[in-house]
Design a binder for this molecule. Structure first.
Ligand code: ZN
Length: 98
């Protein structure tokens, strides 16, 4: 196990921790700040954001769907969920299997 791997693991832990904070806070701007930060960590460390976290926020404005007043539509024939961000209006398709 090299040093690089350790850094990767720390980065992942920080991403998960920041997401937990973003989810917990009732302050929309603070939540936004946490999401921006975790995305930066992911970028700098070339660490992928776990899918369950990635699907929970809007990529164009870094705000959590659960806090932006988003609307979700199920497109079962195509196998995805369509989530529209309540903040910037961007639509996102979340694919699922089955
Ligand atoms: Zn958005």
């Amino acid at each position: 196990m090299g040093k690089k791997e350790d850094i990767g693991r720390i980065a992942e832990q920080r991403i998960v921790a920041l997401y937990g904070q973003a989810k917990k806070t009732t302050d929309g701007e603070l939540s936004h700040a946490y999401i921006s930060l975790l995305r930066n960590i992911s970028k700098h460390n070339r660490k992928r954001i776990p899918p369950q976290i990635k699907n929970a926020f809007c990529k164009s404005c870094d705000r959590m769907f659960s806090k932006s007043g988003s609307s979700t539509r199920l497109s079962s024939s195509r196998g995805y969920l369509s989530v529209k961000c309540g903040y910037c209006g961007k639509e996102r398709h979340i694919f699922y299997k089955g």
